[in-house]
Design a protein around this ligand. Structure first.
Ligand code: NAI
Length: 214
């Protein structure tokens, strides 16, 4: 199915649809209406219909959506049927935690290597994979067809490391360093700031408190 260019807002909602549909599929549910999905996900049914219309609708009027088909289509749109090889730069707390997380593999993201500038960490293992020195990074990227790099280093070194990654053919960076990376437009960067989510939580706690105090 040919889909038109879709907005990033819709793209950012697709993983959540994918998760819910995966659970429904595991429970043996074959069909679901936009109203039922709306109740489950606490999103309006019209939002769901609008989102799915971006890809041709997926459903038949009055008949609901075919869960398996929808699940597979969203997987395809998200590129989850492809395999991606990723490396991690920075073998500290965060890098090790991400490298140790097995579920990425289920989605086709294969953890291939981890690098750190600290010689004391070189040779220690994360899920059986030895931490390598930074000097090995360039050749490793080329030899192992690495397309994604995960940056879990402090911001001071992040820009220079990102430029080295790009020069050696990395297509995408999952950036946890607290710095904006100014890279060529063909390099995909996804910035993750866990504290943004915490700040949102803090705002909502405060708002809730103020409402009660009123
Ligand atoms: P950590 O100190 O445990 O690990 C950082 C590792 O990066 C160290 O092993 C260090 O040797 C290595 N490193 C530093 N500069 C490097 C460079 N230029 N090249 C290669 N390796 C280098 O820190 P942690 O807790 O793992 O956090 C890593 C970074 O991620 C921190 O800067 C932190 O601010 C950031 N962070 C971001 C979060 C987010 O949501 N975006 C959440 C948690 C941490």
């Amino acid at each position: 199915m040919e889909e038109k260019e879709i907005s990033q807002a819709v793209v950012s909602r697709l993983p959540r649809y994918f998760r819910y549909l995966g659970e429904l599929r595991d429970q043996g549910v074959e069909r679901i209406s936009s109203q039922e999905l709306s109740r489950l996900m606490k999103v309006t049914a019209s939002q769901i219909r609008q989102d799915f219309n971006n890809f041709g609708g997926f459903g038949q009027q009055g008949y609901g959506y075919n869960v398996e088909f929808l699940y597979q289509e969203i997987a395809r749109i998200l590129g989850l049927n492809d395999t991606h090889h990723f490396i991690i730069i920075g073998a500290g707390n965060l890098g090790r935690a991400l490298g140790g997380y097995l579920n990425f593999e289920k989605r086709g993201f294969l953890f291939k290597g981890i690098f750190d500038q600290n010689p004391d960490l070189v040779g220690t293992r994360v899920r059986g994979i030895p931490v390598m020195p930074m000097e090995r990074m360039e050749s490793f990227i080329r030899e192992n067809e690495i397309d994604i790099a995960v940056l879990t280093i402090p911001k001071a070194g992040a820009v220079a490391v990102a430029e080295r990654l790009v020069k050696n053919g990395i297509k995408a960076i999952w950036n946890f360093a607290h710095v904006d990376l100014n890279l060529p437009a063909n390099i995909q960067v996804e910035n993750v700031h866990l504290s943004d989510s915490l700040m949102k939580l803090s705002y909502n706690i405060n708002r809730n408190k103020e409402e009660k105090d009123c």
